[in-house]
Design a protein around this ligand. Sequence first.
Ligand code: C5J
Length: 220
Amino acid sequence: MIAVPASPFPYALPPGRTALVVIDMQRDFVEPGGFGESLGNDVARLQAIVPAVARLIALFRSQGWPVIHTREGHDPALSDCPRSKRERGSPSLRIGDPGPMGRVLVRGEPGHAIVPELAPLSDEIVIDKPGKGSFYATTLAGELARLGITHLVIAGVTTEVCVQTTMREANDRGFECLLVEDATESYFPEFKAATLAMIRAQGGIVGWTAPLAALETAVG
Ligand code: C5J
């Protein structure tokens, strides 16, 4: 076990049973012209964490530990996109509409791709998900079982939406989860702060949080 200084208490990381899950670091959320911006958000905050996420991915690759990437999106016919999701609110572009990076949040379009700096290696697992949680309607649970994974280190965007939903889904399935504080981001700083606080409250009711440097030092 590797002891990682974390909140609310040290996180015991078992090498060989720990995977990194990088959530939705897609152009549609991180770059101008995509889904995130169509909802009225400033994507610059999310762009700023790309170097930290790259360091985290490099750490896992250097240890030979699994790196799993997720992508939120829908098939071109939008058959897996609930009407409620497409029609809610008044975005400048709706899911499936043509935008500067192709059809918004549709698989195979340029905007759906993971940003080039964090591109998955050919042998890394990529989970396509239609929802906010990474377990809903995906193969993630099966992949983790196949790999014998019990612990998840989590990064990506956005902290209070897909990251938190995934961490709660994982926690309910018995995974011990650590969220890397500076490798996750929200369009809303106050939502990020609140999410980190609620995850580690009540003795780590959803899991742990730690800065990237603490994990890097502990893993060595
Ligand atoms: C959102 C996500 N925020 N990846 N998706 O719609 O967090």
